[in-house]
Ligand binder design. Structure first.
Ligand code: FES
Length: 194
């Protein structure tokens, strides 16, 4: 017998009530993709940053540097200049033995005791030279002068704000090592450069 009250066929839902769950699911999935992307990309980008930033260089500050065999340093109590070199890196390249500074080494007469003075003038950063005739250090820029122990000679020029910068130095296995640091100029106190 024919059904006189046929049930309406089930139609796919439509309208605002039907699209809300679908839209919600789509938004949830999209959000998951975005968050997952961030989680993946941030560490990756952080790891790559040093390679893409050429200004992230290894500086010469605070380096423990082998300067010379002790035998090559006369034990005459006089200053002898040495260039400080160290391996440097920039974003893409290793630069071996790059000059990063200059020091005077003074070996006490008849001993293995060595003292190191930075050759950078504490006034404004010119290179201090050694005046052997007068046994003085002199800076050519503003006529500063320093005794052999680095003490400023204010009777010659009053511009240096402090004595020459003394550097930590030691003799190890017949080699002279210096903790090389650059200091800010124009200050009364020794302040290492960052
Ligand atoms: S920089 Fe040396 S005296 Fe001025």
């Amino acid at each position: 017998m024919a059904d006189l009250h046929p049930q309406p066929a089930v139609q796919p839902a439509s309208g605002p009530q039907a699209t809300t769950p679908r839209r919600r699911r789509f938004l949830t999935e999209a959000l998951a993709v975005v968050i997952g992307g961030f989680v993946m990309v941030f560490p990756f980008a952080a790891g790559l940053a040093p390679f893409f930033d050429p200004l992230r260089r290894t500086t010469g500050g605070g380096k423990h540097v082998r300067v010379t065999p002790l035998d090559a340093l006369p034990d005459d109590g006089l200053p002898h200049p040495f260039t400080i070199t160290a391996d440097m890196t920039d974003a893409w390249t290793l630069l071996p033995n790059e000059p990063i500074g200059r020091v005077y080494l003074i070996r006490k007469q008849g001993t293995q005791t060595v003292r190191a003075l930075s050759a950078i003038c504490p006034h404004l950063g010119c290179m201090v030279g050694y005046d052997a005739a007068h046994e003085l250090f002199r800076c050519p820029c503003h006529t500063s002068a320093f005794d052999l122990d680095g003490t400023r000679r204010l009777d010659i020029s009053k511009v240096p704000p402090r004595n020459m910068d003394s550097l930590t130095c030691k003799v190890e296995n017949g080699e002279v090592w210096v903790d090389y640091l650059n200091f800010k100029t124009g200050l009364e106190k020794q302040v290492p450069r960052a």
